[in-house]
Design a protein around this ligand. Structure first.
Ligand SMILES: NC(=O)c1ccc[n+]([C@@H]2O[C@H](COP(=O)([O-])OP(=O)(O)OC[C@H]3O[C@@H](n4cnc5c(N)ncnc54)[C@H](OP(=O)(O)O)[C@@H]3O)[C@@H](O)[C@H]2O)c1
Length: 169
């Protein structure tokens, strides 16, 4: 089972144009941590790895101390990771590391997984706050991959929308 998770602004962006995630309240990170705890492998692209290294220590420690494999996808065979992480040289190698996989990355890698029919569930944790411009979670139109959400969980400032992915391959 492979689940793709992203936090999005009310108007559908995962980050601001400069990559900043300042619009996200810190406690939204706990939603990710909860999903990580239900997984045996979490997967991210190399740039997401670099972005989370700049998170406040408290948040980063919470993530890095989880007893779950943390796979970073990169083409770069020389890329040095912290000890808590595992290098994967392709998305396929990353998902082969376990059975309950949680992917959370940017548009290139997210779209690759979707196009290749590797995603079972998509969770979009949608904040109420809009940011007007930024980076979208996918660089392809995802409408054909999803229908209505199969579950909708409302918290104070956000709504977690879960979609079953239609495999088009
Ligand atoms: N809002 C959210 O929920 C959320 C979640 C995750 C990330 N983000 C944000 O998204 C941004 C990063 O997204 P991004 O799209 O720029 O980058 P990304 O998906 O994190 O990483 C892209 C990198 O992954 C590697 N990669 C991708 N496809 C590959 C393949 N088929 N085989 C091998 N390696 C592959 C490449 O690394 P190399 O260049 O090293 O080869 C590529 O440059 C950050 O700002 C992060 O904060 C937001």
């Amino acid at each position: 089972m492979v689940t793709l998770y992203n936090v999005i602004s009310g108007d559908g962006y995962i980050t601001e144009r400069d990559g900043s995630e300042d619009f996200m309240p810190d406690d939204v990170f706990d939603d990710y941590i909860d999903l990580c705890k239900k997984s045996d492998v979490v997967v991210m692209g190399r740039r997401t790895y670099e972005a989370i290294q700049k998170y406040p220590k408290l948040l980063l420690d919470k993530f890095e101390n989880l007893a779950v494999k943390k796979a970073v996808v990169t083409h770069d065979r020389e890329f040095i990771l912290k000890q808590a992480y595992i290098r994967a040289f392709s998305p396929e190698d990353a998902v082969a590391l376990g059975n309950r996989i949680l992917v959370s990355s940017g548009p290139g890698l997210n779209s690759y997984f979707l196009r290749k029919g590797m995603i079972d569930l998509l969770i979009l944790n949608k904040l109420n706050k809009k940011i007007n411009k930024g980076i979208k979670p996918f660089d392809i139109d995802i409408k054909k991959f999803i229908g209505n959400p199969v579950s909708t969980e409302v918290k104070n400032d956000r709504t977690m929308l879960t979609y079953k992915i239609h495999n088009l391959l």
